[in-house]
Design a protein around this ligand. Structure first.
Ligand code: HEM
Ligand code: FES
Length: 777
């Protein structure tokens, strides 16, 4: 049956409708009853306003809104995944039912906003989306970069000697609008008028205008509708025009049943807003967040390689779209709560982006965060924002120009205001100041044009590099150099969890992994590097070059070797330099008061690092096996009896790890955890590979993975963002769920039974055994 507007109904309450008497009074909690997205808390900070919900009631009925509100990451992603059960058809519906007067005004303008892409159901939506993808390939978007750059520069030139500005008024509104119009092929129009139209459209769709305002808003929307129709007709008269709207007009001629007439007019109006307001607000949010943390801003100015990662983190922390809608097409459970057929759903993506179940320290703005790209600000699945890479491109160019030309920019003291609505969010003004006498280009005019470009697409986690300074470099044992790294600005470096490592960037751009040895609370990072004469040269470089005072670049810390703190007891086994992660684990287990044994084998005491500290801190648990003294670690005896409730953590030469794998076969699966530092056999050899197909169930796309490309590379090229880190099968960050097909596993992350399950794979290295895989992406 056709769903009705619940807020307009007399009762509105789905519990009454379901005819279920509540067992102990009203099932709507007092917090749920009080929730109103138009109240101050949500308007100021939607993620914060829903903290209680994330913690206590992640899916609740809001009587004031007439919607089911969902606030946790996993629940929202599950809704985005299934656009048959959760139809997007209400995405552009007026969230506040319009008054009769407003309806009369709209009728006068013949207003008929209908299906576009974002609110279209399958199968019509995907058929249309596939026809319209060409404008979003990396090559096509690359062509817009010079124009974005030019616009930002010109606007910046105009204010740079002024010392004060409202960046929203001067740049953040008009540049994205101009870019959007250019992208769409719409002739440039009266910008002020378009800005007023956008505001009316947002209030009409996501706002709660008072009865008096409703008429005024309807007037604006009606004029916007009329205007869109006129522009469309003018564009239709120029069949050879360029831009995405012209692509649509051409498709409309070619395939009128796929790209329909009604679609064209609705899309014309919706896209002008979708393509610019989102980006304008996202840019204002990003600058506000970064400038209100001067140390983070300074870090970005000093290390502009971080700009793509910082922009992404701002989209997560403070996105411009904070909530999106779906309607249930059948009765369905979300997070254990039953939503009836026809239930309207408000997914508060800003809340999902602050869900600690998915993001560590979610309220912190961490420009080094490597899974920021998982945020839901662009939505997810088959409707995921098509323009995300254009939005990213613009934000990055804004940040790059400002960090280079105005690194001394400061936020003025001000109260921020927001257009009251549920979904689009960004400050209406952003006032900043700076001292023009300190503009770097006054000393060096070359600064103005010294631009840096970034590849189109999701940020590459490899580019997330941190600068550190060596504060100590001294022998730890024979052939082992102990290195301490500190924050050059004097701050505390974030503690790595036990088992975490850093990737040290060598001058030739290669990286080497070194475990953090602790102690964890020191505020600096300590490594121990063994000189390996037979190695690839990284350790030699460290031994010969690293001295106190040297500046280094590192990535991480990352942890591919996490300590499960839930076991009853532990067996820690280290061979040689493998002691480095193991000592950090021993420290942690001691602090937790867990029983553990530490077995440490090496050539001789003079080559074994940390002996003093180990004997002091872990004396009772420590067994040493220096071979020079005839001591031998006898794994067969040590591991003869599987120990119930024990976990083994081991690091050392491959020989030792292989022996461990053999000697623990009779232990319960999952008892043994080892750290691999190299992933031999994951490099791609096109001669030995075959091409295969991947069908993406959530995105409704099928891609061809050629023999000379990884699955991860293929996904990225199609605009599907998958986080990755090591890209050699070691870390597990690129894992995706497999729905069908047989996998040729090449990683070192999954256990034997996880592989047999055939329900997940690492996209950076694993491939299809046969011709086809189906993935939950
Ligand atoms: C859809 C956000 C920029 C074009 C969406 C959706 C969101 C969103 C939340 C709905 C996703 C879903 O239902 O799963 C954003 C944000 C942007 C941005 C935060 C900037 C920071 C752009 C730009 C364009 C654009 C620049 C155009 C050039 C679209 C289109 C859709 C869409 C066409 C509909 C896709 C479909 O339903 O298949 N966007 N957007 N967006 N966006 Fe964006
Ligand atoms: Fe590390 Fe794929 S990126 S396993």
């Amino acid at each position: 049956s056709a769903p009705s507007q619940p807020a307009a109904e007399a009762s509105g309450c789905p519990f009454h409708r379901a005819g279920e008497p509540a067992p102990n009074g009203c099932p709507v909690s007092s917090q749920a009853a009080a929730f109103d997205p138009f109240d101050r808390p949500y308007q100021l900070d939607p993620a914060e306003a829903l903290r209680w919900s994330r913690d206590q009631e992640p899916v609740f009925w809001s009587p004031r809104l007439g919607y089911w509100v969902v606030s946790r990451y996993d629940d929202i992603k599950a809704i985005f995944r299934d656009n048959h059960t959760f139809s997007p058809s209400i995405a552009l519906e007026k969230i506040t039912p319009p008054s009769d007067e407003a309806l009369a005004v709209l009728k006068r303008y013949d207003y008929g906003m209908h299906r576009t892409l974002v609110n279209e159901d399958e199968p019509a939506h995907m058929a249309r989306r596939r026809e319209l993808l060409d404008a979003f390939t990396p090559e096509a978007l690359e062509a817009h970069a010079p124009m974005v750059r030019r616009l930002v520069r010109e606007r910046l030139d105009a204010i740079i000697d002024r010392g004060r500005a409202d960046l929203v008024a001067e740049l953040f509104w008009e540049v994205p609008l101009t870019v959007a119009l250019h992208f769409l092929g719409v002739p440039e129009e009266d910008m002020e008028q378009l800005r007023r139209f956008s505001v009316a459209h947002t209030l009409n769709t996501w706002g709660r205008p008072s009865p008096a305002q409703q008429v005024e808003v309807a007037e604006g929307v009606g004029r916007f509708w009329q205007y869109s129709g006129e522009v469309l007709r003018r564009m239709q008269a120029r069949p050879n025009g360029h831009g995405w709207m012209h692509d649509m007009i051409a498709k409309n001629r070619e395939k009128p049943d796929v790209v329909t007439d009604s679609y064209l007019h609705s899309m014309m109006m919706a896209i002008i807003v979708a393509a610019h307001e989102t980006t304008a607000l996202a840019t204002a949010n990003a600058f506000r967040q970064l400038l209100s943390r001067p140390a983070v801003w300074a870090e970005l100015c000093a290390n502009p390689a971080l700009i793509p990662a910082a922009a992404e983190e701002c989209l997560r922390h403070s996105g411009s779209v904070v909530a999106w809608r779906r309607i249930a097409t059948r009765e369905v459970a979300v997070g254990g709560v039953t939503i009836p057929e026809g239930g309207r759903i408000l997914m508060v993506t800003a809340s999902a982006n602050h869900d600690p179940r998915h993001f560590e320290n979610p309220d912190e703005l961490d420009i080094y965060r490597d899974n920021a790209v998982d945020h839901l600000t662009f939505g997810y699945g088959s409707h995921q924002c098509m323009g995300k890479n254009l939005g990213r491109l613009e934000m990055r160019i804004f940040l790059e120009e400002f960090t280079r030309r105005l690194p001394h920019l400061e936020l003025e003291e001000q109260t921020f205001t927001f257009l009251p609505n549920t979904s689009f969010r960004g400050p209406e003004a952003l006032r900043v100041r700076w001292d023009p006498a300190r503009n770097p280009e006054r000393r060096d005019p070359a600064v103005r044009n010294a631009q840096r470009d970034f590849p189109i697409g999701a940020p590459e986690s490899r580019a997330i590099v941190r600068r550190v300074r060596v504060t100590r470099a001294a022998p730890e044992a024979e052939g082992i150099l102990g290195v301490t790294l500190a924050d050059p600005a004097g701050g505390r470096l974030p503690a790595g969890s036990p088992g975490a490592h850093l990737d040290l960037v060598l001058p030739n751009g290669e990286t080497r992994k070194y475990s953090l040895c602790g102690p964890a609370d020191s505020g600096d990072w300590r490594l121990a590097v063994l000189r390996e004469p037979e190695g690839r040269g990284g350790s030699r470089w460290v031994h010969e070059t690293v001295t106190e005072g040297l500046a280094l670049e590192v990535r991480g810390p990352r942890n591919h070797f996490r300590l499960d703190e839930g076991a009853e007891r532990y067996l820690l086994i280290a061979g040689g330099i493998g002691i480095t992660p193991i000592i950090a684990m021993a420290d942690r287990l001691k602090a937790l008061g867990k029983p553990y044994e530490l077995h440490y084998a090496g050539r001789g005491r003079d080559t074994m690092a940390f002996l003093g500290r180990l004997e002091r801190d872990h004396g009772a648990a420590l067994r040493l096996y220096p071979r020079a003294e005839g001591a031998r670690l006898d794994l067969a005896t040590l591991l003869a009896e599987p120990r119930e409730g024990s976990l083994i953590y081991a690091c050392g030469p491959e020989r030792l790890l292989d022996a461990l794998a053999r000697q623990t076969r009779h232990w319960p699966e999952g008892s043994l955890h080892v750290e691999h530092f190299s992933a031999e056999g994951t490099a791609l050899d096109p001669e030995r590979e075959h091409a295969f197909q991947v069908a993406l169930a959530d995105s409704d796309l099928t891609l061809e993975v050629p023999r000379d490309r990884t699955l991860l590379q293929t996904l990225r090229a199609a605009g599907i963002d998958v986080p990755s880190d090591c890209e050699e099968g070691l870390c597990g960050s690129c894992q995706v769920a497999v729905l069908d097909g047989e996998v040729d596993h090449r990683d070192k992350v999954l256990t034997a039974s996880e592989r047999e399950g055939q329900d997940r794979l690492m996209t950076c290295c694993s491939r299809a055994r046969g011709k086809r895989l189906v993935l939950a992406l």
